[in-house]
Design a binder for this molecule. Structure first.
Ligand code: FE2
Length: 370
């Protein structure tokens, strides 16, 4: 029997949020968040991908039961559980990189996702997997997205419950991945700036960066923090908040509120809180976006196209999702656990997308909102 948890301000249950409350030093000293595939697991996973791979098929054509993960299933599940319910972050090392080409590696990333949840669309084109590589995008524009640039990114959360990022190629230099616990950042805000933390629970507008669907506004109100069922949820993206301030009709952020946002943004990148890691070829980083902020340093890329930095980003809705705060509705459309939700639906979310979501939801035991 657990003792009744003491509830702190805002209804946060400290016992429930404790695993995701870490500092950079904690991650450094205890590597319980790093998992590895052994040779057998690596072989099983590569074989599963080679069996199912067909260059004529699109990602949405693949079904969960086509991929028998074999000995890789257990370490994948352990890494997912750590990111979902533990620290909110994990790293799975040793994905088969040798012997799989870029397309097969992409399908492997997708196949892992088919065993974890339902993929979510990630932008205007309603695509379900992003190739994270520099194609010359300017991040600091009203339609800029970080994943297609080589810029240093602001600390942010992705618009989804769960994120997977697999690494195919590293840059020549830079491109380091940085993570920071929003649970820890909230506690520090409360202790260091008790007069400002309230502002972070009040909505500000986030820009949709011009990727809104026909029935969506160009920006939406959303708090940085909210609490539901004792759990703390966070959302942050300075680039999108700044972007929204240039949209007509969006309320201007008051100076004190802005000060709170700036203090918070400075706090999450502080060296004692933010942990920096290199993603190496064959690494898969997993993140619970509600409790972990991430960023990336700028990078210098290879000249040869086949060597250029390349990662694959997966957004997932998972069967064991928590009930979300009501303030999460503008992005997630539903707060219900066990329901397919989140992502950026974009402008091509058609019947083919919906058919994939229905089929995959059924395969993994989730509901789809009509
Ligand atoms: Fe991101």
């Amino acid at each position: 029997m657990h003792a009744m948890s003491q509830m702190t301000d805002y209804g946060i249950d400290p016992q429930a949020t404790a695993p995701a409350d870490w500092t950079a030093q904690d991650l450094e000293h205890d590597r319980g968040w790093v998992f590895r595939l052994d040779d057998t697991a690596r072989r099983d996973l590569a074989a599963a991908v080679r069996r199912a791979y067909d260059p004529m098929r699109t990602l949405l054509d693949y079904r969960r039961d086509e991929f028998d993960l074999g000995a890789a299933a257990r370490p994948i599940a352990a890494a997912v559980a750590e990111a979902r319910r533990g620290r909110g972050l994990s790293l799975l090392k040793g994905l088969p990189r040798e012997g799989l080409d870029e397309k097969q590696f992409e399908v492997m990333t997708w196949a892992i996702g088919l065993h974890v949840g339902v993929g979510r669309p990630q932008g205007k084109a309603s695509h379900y997997l992003s190739a994270v590589r520099d194609v010359g995008t300017n991040y600091r524009t009203s339609t800029g997205r970080g994943y297609s640039s080589n810029a240093e990114l602001d600390f942010h959360t992705d618009s989804t419950d769960f994120v997977g990022l697999s690494c195919y190629n590293q840059a020549v230099s830079g491109g380091m991945s940085i993570v920071s616990s929003s649970v820890t950042a909230h506690a520090r805000m409360a202790s260091e700036h008790p007069d400002l933390v309230d502002f972070l629970h009040q909505p500000i507008h986030f820009s949709r960066q011009g990727e809104q669907a026909a029935d969506e506004e160009p920006s939406y109100p959303h708090p940085v923090f909210d609490v539901e069922g004792g759990l703390l949820f966070s959302k942050w993206n300075r680039n999108r908040v700044n972007g929204a301030q240039t949209i007509e009709g969006v309320p201007r952020i008051a100076p004190r509120h802005l000060e709170a946002l700036e203090k918070f943004d400075a706090l999450v990148r502080r060296h004692d809180l933010a942990f920096t890691m290199f993603l190496e070829p064959g690494d898969l980083q997993l993140i619970n976006s509600h409790v972990t902020l991430h960023s990336r340093t700028d990078f210098t890329d290879h000249e040869a196209p086949e060597k250029k930095r390349l990662l694959f980003r997966l957004w997932l809705s998972t069967p064991d999702g928590d009930r979300l705060p009501a303030s999460w509705l503008p992005v997630f459309k539903t707060t219900e656990p066990g329901t397919v939700r989140g992502g950026i639906l974009g402008q091509q979310h058609d019947e083919r997308c919906r058919a994939f979501e229905r089929r995959q939801a059924e395969a993994i035991g989730m509901r789809v909102v009509a």
